[in-house]
Ligand binder design. Structure first.
Ligand SMILES: [Zn+2]
Length: 182
């Protein structure tokens, strides 16, 4: 009888350890259920940097979106405008396809109508009705990836307009209708 009890007890202890091991294995799987969208930027005009998770489990994070809007503001007059969320989601996909986690370098994000009109007067490369004024466009380059690579992947995504500006070293991507130039 005494021996039987001892065996049962040993079996119980073994099962107990097994349960702990299972719990340890389950933990990483639970962590994977938390779905996040993260972006990091460097604004080349202001030198400001931002690394933020702006979407968690299906919900856009208001604080993070606000910080992104500030970083992508019209730096000439300080005007802040909400950046199209679809544009942000497309940047996440672009980064993923390029296997890059480097901060996206921003040449131009939001442009107020005044700034855009001023730039359009001096440059053929700036459209009078630019989607930068709608928060739908961004001019970028990505450290560690050639402009050709970024351009090629942006075109393959068919997410909207894609302009190639090799002389100024940036790619324009917007969430307007699918079109390409440059
Ligand atoms: Zn642009």
């Amino acid at each position: 009888m005494a021996q039987g009890t001892s065996t049962d007890r040993r079996r119980f202890l073994t099962l107990g350890l097994g349960a702990i091991t299972s719990a340890a294995i389950w933990r990483p799987a639970e962590a994977r259920l938390i779905d996040r969208r993260r972006l990091s930027f460097e604004n080349l005009h202001t030198g400001e940097r931002l690394d933020t998770v702006y979407w968690v489990n299906g919900a856009y994070q208001p604080g993070a979106l606000k910080a992104i809007n500030v970083l992508l503001r019209d730096f000439r007059n300080g005007e802040v405008y909400p950046i199209d969320r679809k544009r942000l989601d497309l940047l996440v996909r672009l980064q993923a396809r390029l296997h890059s986690t480097a901060p996206i370098q921003v040449i131009s994000g939001y442009r107020s109508p005044e700034t855009n009109a001023m730039l359009a007067a001096y440059s053929d490369g700036v459209a009078a009705g630019s989607l930068h004024m709608e928060g739908m466009a961004i001019d970028i380059r990505i450290p560690g990836r050639s402009l050709r690579q970024v351009h090629k992947v942006a075109l393959a995504m068919d997410g909207g307009g894609v302009g190639y500006y090799p002389r100024s070293d940036f790619v324009h991507v917007d969430t307007g209708r699918v079109r390409r130039w440059g």
